[in-house]
Design a protein around this ligand. Sequence first.
Ligand SMILES: [Zn+2]
Length: 111
Amino acid sequence: MPSSVESLACALQKALCSTLQIEASDIGVSWRWLAEKSESRECEIILFDHTPGGAGFVKDGFDSWDKVVAKARELCEGHACEKACYDCLRSYGNQTHHEKLDRSTVIEFFG
Ligand SMILES: [Zn+2]
């Protein structure tokens, strides 16, 4: 797993919204650790529709997952900021994680 799952989760959330051209608030993102062992720290990132009952955006996103991943890389590679800014990983919805966001983690993960 990436050293900063927050970065990866936020990148995928923003990339999904960007790919589908929907509002950032339409998609929620969450993550949870599956194993807290020191070596195999596995984590699951969950993207979900904010619309009650689901608007199908997440499904659409998974149908074109390659594009979402490409977009996530593009967001993080396209410019120069120290770790993260509002053009790449940061958003008003993820303010609580700003300290942990680092775009190099995303670039590394999708290598
Ligand atoms: Zn940036």
